[in-house]
Design a protein around this ligand. Sequence first.
Ligand code: ADP
Ligand code: MG
Length: 501
Amino acid sequence: MATTAETITLVETASSWCSSHGILMGARDRLTKEPLMGKYIFEPAPFSLFPTLFSKSAFALAYQMAKPFNSMVHNVASDKEWLLSAIQVAAQGDSDFTGRLVQLAQEVLAREARNQQPRAQKVVLGILRSDYMLHGSDSIETAIPLQVELNTIASSFGCLSSKVTKMHQNLQHLNDRNDLPDNGAAQGIANGLATALQEYNRQRTLQLTSAATDNTNTTTTDALVVMVVQPGETNSCDQRDLEFLLKEEHGVRLIRRTLEDLAVAATHQGLWDGLELYLTGDDGTDVVAGVVYYRAGYTPNDYPSDVEWAGRAIVEHSAAIKCPDVFYHIVGAKKIQQALAQQGVLRQFCDSNEDEELLSSCFAGLYALGDGDDSQVVEMALANPHGYVLKPQREGGGNNLYDDDLVQALKQMSHAERGAFILMEKICPPSTEGSLVRGGEVVYKGDCVCELGVFGVTLREYGGRTILDKAVGHILRAKSVTTDEGGVAAGYAFLSSPKLV
Ligand code: ADP
Ligand code: MG
């Protein structure tokens, strides 16, 4: 690709800004494509050289929807009966993953029934991210946001996105910065984790004063945050920035553990009738997991054996505040997104008619498959395959089916197999010019589309208090118009920031 001297200088400056400020991802070996994390070799994350044009009103609307979505997720997670019944078809069609999550949720409920009391920890932390693409107009200014999906587990790139905003602000001419809104995602997510740990410690003090047992060990053991991570994670800079922020700004410790580490080393002991989650800290001393924050566990690849599921269960049944617990996790399933979009369902999970109206305004067409008679839905999709996306119960990018693949799959699958999928109207965003940089060079220059995610942070008690409820920041990902999929970690999209028009 012919590149002008001016572009080369700009790429050089932007890449240096990334390196100076930690917009980095773990490099992969050029020959084997294996992550080089063990060697701590990083390279700039894929980014857009310029901020991406985005509708000012859609941006404001997406922020406005974050708190109503926080409430909605909590209300759906609170209605266990509706949730488990709505997910049932998907759990049957996708028994190895969605089915296992539902099984875990049922174990929690069975324990509550057996003990005749609610689970040890009633407070749950949500770090949510609602993703949108623009639709309905060729003009960025007048297009409206439609929700792509609502992430309730491991919503990533908050920290790197906050920095990409600063990079674009830095590279812009001074008087052009007004249209580049600040991005508080990193601080807001760290604040959510710190507030959750504070809540755990508050509850712990109450437990201590009411517990009749000898608590000499408990009183000297620190509670901290445990981040559950994938082995060989390449997005560790985004994650560890939270660890550093927590330590520097909140005086809070965070340790990283895999699901396997938890299965092998975590135990239930101490307060809450012996349900505190004990681990060995990095310095070899005992620690208590007050908050468990999942940045893994969202894909079946994270559970290669029953050992990882055992790690998940130890956490789920403990007194730690989970981010998310298994119910919040299930609310993020595509099947639940589809079920909530059905006529007359959403209102019961919203705090007001206004909230319901607001949230439903961003729902694209969503259709059930494998759930009763779906022949009309299948026909509709086969008649116009380019107008739809076929989506399985998966997260992390690269799983959806489009065009010929969609046709093939719909023709081959049985009714029961279709239950693992939903059908979604294809969102058609207006395109805008962009230059996308990877590995120090512009790898694509041309028409781009983008996806905005807004982070909502919420700390709530089932049947009780709302301790924290905020819209904290955003992520904007740009990709070439020719790419169907969207993940940055998955290699499809590039980090950007919105330039509001
Ligand atoms: P994942 O959990 O894998 O991130 P998504 O629902 O976000 O699943 O889909 C992945 C990507 O596919 C999105 O980032 C977006 O680029 C594209 N996509 C998903 N749904 C639609 C849709 N309805 N219309 C157009 N593109 C879509
Ligand atoms: Mg997504």
